[in-house]
Design a protein around this ligand. Structure first.
Ligand code: NAD
Length: 264
């Protein structure tokens, strides 16, 4: 099989465990010959991330809390110390207080609004700016978003506002960096059971609803997000920037959601 990322070096941010979307992407990239580095948030996750990184042949595993500028600087200093250039980054990071991922959006607190925007939106810009310096031969930057940015989804609340801002960031970043042949894209993934998703109220109901109403009549997997990520991160996507690619079994195109979810 052809190796689409042979000779490419990429940083994967947002790996928490083997259910993470970042893991599906990392495996697909490794299958395509990429050399990978990983960042993890805090010592707690280190013991999970190091063995996963080993499984895909990576020993470059660095700490990074994206809410801390110094921490982001240290991550990129660590990458620069090992690698002379960087070809791609994957930002699979989002966070909000789970007490506000239920009930009404209007009740969102100022503190949680700011924190959600900081970690889930600004961090992508902060990371892309540092990656730009290492992407001396062009590059590809990818983030993860959700349909709750475009349409109102139950319980998604402040995260929907954050993802809308993230999707707008993708476009502005794509314009800024296009002259250097650095592409910036998002994947809008359908609902997938992960640690972050478990914080969203009634997530099982959302999964079932998507399964019953999407054109493919099923949910997508981490591996499917991974395959589409390879397209955007590799030369296959060389003409694509500022894009939001829906990997959601087609759910976003359906106007009339006809099939009612059973009681679950
Ligand atoms: P996950 O819990 O596996 O990953 C979320 C990651 O964010 C974790 O690794 C966590 O450590 C990291 N993170 C949170 N705060 C951080 C901080 N301050 N500094 C550094 N890292 C931090 O869940 P996931 O579902 O794989 O989430 C990955 C991305 O995919 C998120 O942006 C999420 O919004 C997005 N997404 C998820 C779904 C879904 O249904 N699971 C759908 C569409 C988009």
């Amino acid at each position: 099989s052809s190796k689409l990322l042979e000779g490419k070096r990429g940083l994967i941010m947002g790996l928490a465990n083997d259910k993470s979307i970042a893991w599906g992407i990392a495996r697909a990239c490794a299958d395509h010959g990429a050399e990978l580095a990983f960042s993890y948030q805090g010592e707690q996750l280190k013991k999970r991330v190091v063995p996963l990184a080993e499984q895909v042949g990576s020993s470059l595993v660095l700490e990074c809390d994206v809410s801390d500028e110094g921490s982001v600087d240290r991550l990129f200093a660590g990458i620069e110390a090992e690698w002379d250039k960087l070809d791609f980054i994957v930002h699979a990071i989002g966070f909000s207080d789970k007490n506000e991922l239920r009930g009404r959006y209007v009740d969102t607190s100022r503190d949680n609004f700011m924190m959600t925007m900081d970690i889930s939106v600004y961090s992508f810009t902060a990371v892309v700016r540092r990656a730009e310096k290492l992407m001396t031969e062009g590059g590809s930057c990818l983030t993860l978003t959700y349909y709750g940015a475009e349409q109102v989804m139950p319980h998604y609340n402040v995260m929907g506002i954050a993802k809308a801002a993230l999707e707008a960031s993708v476009k502005y970043l794509a314009e800024d960096l296009g002259k250097k042949d650095i592409r910036v894209n998002a994947i809008s993934a359908g609902p997938i059971k992960t640690l972050a998703a478990s914080g969203i109220g009634d997530f099982r109901y959302i999964l079932k609803w998507n399964e019953l109403n999407s054109p493919l009549r099923r949910n997508v997997t981490q591996d499917e997000v991974g395959k589409s990520a390879v397209y955007l991160l590799s030369d296959l996507g060389s003409g694509v920037t500022g894009e939001n690619l829906h990997v959601d079994a087609g759910y976003h195109i359906v106007g009339m959601k006809a099939v009612d979810a059973p009681d679950i």
